[in-house]
Write a protein that binds this ligand. Structure first.
Ligand SMILES: Cc1ncc(C[n+]2csc(CCOP(=O)(O)OP(=O)(O)O)c2C)c(N)n1
Length: 523
C-alpha cells in the first residue's frame, strides 16, 4: 500500500482496491463499463486481486455467493451502473437469502453528469436497496477508502450480508484517495440463553424436532446435534434450502424439510415441540388454494434458541450440555456405502445412484437439479464426505455461477454442478468463465426439455387437465436445446448421454481431469 506521503497521489479507485485487499477481499467477479474504467486500471497495476470476467452480471453475483459459502469471506463484484446491477439482482437475491456476504462495487456517472440525465442514468440506490443490507454512494474521493472498509464490515455481519457501494466516476478518478487498513470485523451475536432450559426440556422423544439451518450444518455442529438426538430421542431436520451442508460417510446425516407441500405437511405433522437453531419455522414455498402456509401442526410449540446471525456453535454446545449429552455417542452417523451399479436407460432413480457412486471425496456439489434431483439426498447420503449447496432464494440460474465461485474458493476440490436444463439457460454464459478460468467443474445438465416442476405446480394450484397451450408454455423442446454445441462454443468439452453405462464413463472421465466439462443427460 502507498504510504501517507503518497496518498496525495492515489486516486479513489486505487484507494478502493488497496482497502479491499487490506480487508481480505481479493477476488472480484466483474463486468465493467466506461464508468468503472478507473477501477479496472487500478486492478491492472495493484497486485493481489483475482479478477474474473463474467459475460452477464448474474454470473458475477452468483459466483460471489458460491465463493462466500466456501470461504466465509466476501468477494467483490464490479457492476456497470443501474442496468448492470439490475442484471445481477436475481443472484443477489439468492445470495441474500443464503446469508452470503458480498461487496458490490457499482459504477455511477460523475456527480456533475447525473443531472444531465444521460442514457445510462438511473436510480442505482433504488435498484440496490431491495437486495442489499447496506447501500452507500461515495460522496468524495477522500472517503472512498473508508466507505469501502465499511462495506466489507457490513458484508461480514453474520451470517453474511449484501453491501452495495456506489462509486461516482469522479470519486474514482480524482486524486486524494486514502486507503483504509484492516478494520475490526463484526462477530456473531450471542444465542438466546433465556430459551436454553426450555429448549432442553422441549426435546424429548420422536414427536420433538431439532431444526437446523445455516452455520449449524458444519461437520462438528452436526455431530453435536447427533449427540442431542441420541440422548433425547428428538428428530433432526434441516431447512429445505441450505447454503452449505456437510454430508457423507462418517458424518451425522440430516434430512431436509421436503419441498412438495403435501409431503412437507406429512413429514412435519408428528412434531409437537420444535427447537430452531439457525433455521426459521417451516413455511410453504408458495401459497396453494385450500392448503396451509404454516407447515407445522396446529398448536406446535416452536422455540428459537438461535437465529441465523447468532453463534450457532455455542448454541448447539450449550444445548448439548443442557440435555446432558456431551459424552453420548452421536446418532445418525452414516456408514460408507455405495449403491449397486445401475445399467440401461437413465431414469430419475438410477440417475441418483450413478451420482452417488461418482461423488469424489471432498467434492463440492452445487445443486439446482429441481425435479430431477428429488431422489439425490437419500441416495447420496453414504457417499464419501462432501459439501452440498442449495439454491436458497428460489430464483433459478444460480447453479453454474455458484459453481464458479466455489471452484475459485477451493481450487483443490472437485466441483459437481447438478442443474436442470431450464435453470441452466438463465446464466448459460457461466460456461465461458469456467473455460477461461480453467475451473475444475463437472456440469450435469438434466435435459428433460421442460419446466417439469411447473407441470406439477399446475395441478397443485388446482388447474385440472391443462390443455396444449398451457403445456406448451412449460416445454423446452421446440427447438431442442443442444447442450453439447452450446458448451463447445464456449470452450467447455461436452458429451450427451442417455444410458447408465455412458453416464458412468462420462462422470469418470470428467471428474478425473481438472478441466471444466459438461454432460448433457437426456431424460
Ligand atoms: C428467475 C426465475 N424465473 C422463473 C422461475 C419459475 N420456475 C421455477 S422452476 C422453473 C423451471 C425449472 O426448470 P428446470 O431447471 O429444467 O427443472 P425441472 O423443473 O425441469 O426439473 C421455473 C421457470 C423461478 N423460480 N425463478
Amino acid at each position: 500500500m502507498k504510504d501517507n506521503g503518497e496518498n496525495e497521489q492515489m486516486n479513489g479507485a486505487e484507494s478502493l482496491v488497496h482497502t479491499l485487499l487490506a480487508n481480505g477481499v481479493d477476488v472480484c467477479f466483474t463486468n465493467p463499463g466506461t464508468s468503472e474504467m478507473h477501477f479496472v486500471a487500478a486492478l491492472d497495476h495493484i497486485a493481489g486481486m483475482r479478477s474474473v470476467l463474467a459475460l452477464q452480471e448474474g454470473v458475477a453475483t452468483g459466483a460471489a455467493d458460491g465463493y462466500y459459502r466456501m470461504t466465509g469471506k466476501p468477494a467483490s463484484t464490479l457492476l456497470h451502473l443501474g442496468p448492470g446491477l439490475a442484471n445481477g439482482l436475481s443472484n443477489l437475491h439468492n445470495a441474500k437469502k443464503a446469508g452470503s456476504g458480498v461487496v458490490n462495487i457499482i459504477g455511477e456517472h460523475a456527480s456533475t453528469h447525473i443531472e444531465l440525465d444521460a442514457p445510462l442514468t438511473s436510480d442505482i440506490e433504488g435498484i440496490a436497496r431491495p437486495v442489499s443490507h447496506w447501500v452507500h454512494t461515495s460522496k468524495s474521493v477522500e472517503t472512498v477508502g473508508a466507505d469501502a472498509a465499511r462495506a466489507v464490515q457490513a458484508a461480514m455481519v453474520a451470517p453474511g450480508q449484501i453491501a452495495s457501494l456506489i462509486l461516482p466516476s469522479d470519486t474514482a478518478w480524482n486524486t486524494g484517495g486514502s486507503a483504509q487498513g484492516a478494520i475490526d470485523l463484526p462477530s456473531a451475536t450471542p444465542f438466546d440463553e433465556s430459551q436454553l432450559e426450555q429448549a432442553a426440556r422441549a426435546l424429548s422423544g420422536p414427536d420433538t424436532l431439532l431444526l437446523l439451518g445455516g452455520a449449524a450444518l458444519t461437520e462438528s455442529n452436526l455431530e453435536t446435534a447427533g449427540r442431542i438426538a441420541a440422548k433425547t430421542g428428538c428428530k433432526l431436520l434441516s431447512e429445505w434450502s441450505n447454503a452449505r451442508l456437510e454430508r457423507g460417510a462418517g458424518r451425522v446425516f440430516i434430512g431436509r424439510v421436503p419441498y412438495p407441500i403435501d409431503i412437507a405437511l406429512k413429514v412435519l405433522e408428528p412434531f409437537k415441540r420444535i427447537v430452531l437453531i439457525g433455521a426459521r419455522a417451516p413455511i410453504g414455498f408458495f401459497a396453494y388454494p385450500n392448503k396451509p402456509a404454516i407447515l407445522t401442526r396446529d398448536g406446535a410449540e416452536i422455540l428459537t434458541l438461535a437465529d441465523a446471525g447468532a453463534d450457532l456453535t455455542a448454541a448447539l454446545e450449550a444445548l448439548c450440555g443442557a440435555t446432558d449429552a456431551t459424552t453420548t455417542a452421536p446418532a445418525h452417523v452414516v456408514a460408507a456405502a455405495s449403491p449397486e451399479r445401475p445399467t440401461g436407460r437413465i431414469n430419475l432413480e438410477n440417475l441418483a445412484d450413478l451420482i452417488a457412486r461418482a461423488i469424489p471425496e471432498n467434492a463440492i456439489v452445487v445443486d439446482e437439479s429441481v425435479t430431477s434431483g428429488r431422489a439425490f439426498s437419500p441416495a447420496t447420503k453414504a457417499a464419501p464426505k462432501h459439501t452440498w449447496l442449495n439454491n436458497c432464494g428460489g430464483s433459478i440460474g444460480y447453479g453454474m455461477p455458484a459453481a464458479i465461485g466455489a471452484a475459485i474458493a477451493c481450487p483443490d476440490r472437485k466441483v459437481m454442478c447438478l442443474t436442470g436444463d431450464g435453470s441452466a439457460m438463465y446464466t448459460v454464459q457461466s460456461l465461458w468463465t469456467m473455460a477461461r478460468e480453467n475451473l475444475d467443474i463437472t456440469v450435469l445438465v438434466f435435459a428433460n426439455r421442460s419446466y417439469q416442476i411447473l407441470r406439477g405446480e399446475l395441478t397443485n394450484v388446482g388447474v385440472q387437465n391443462p390443455g396444449p397451450r398451457a403445456i406448451d408454455m412449460l416445454s423446452l423442446d421446440r427447438p431442442v436445446l443442444d447442450w453439447v454445441q452450446m458448451s463447445h462454443s464456449m470452450g467447455v468439452t461436452a458429451v450427451r448421454v442417455s444410458e447408465c453405462e455412458d453416464l458412468e464413463a462420462a462422470l469418470a472421465d470428467g471428474l478425473e481431469g481438472s478441466r471444466p466439462n459438461l454432460i448433457e443427460i437426456v431424460l
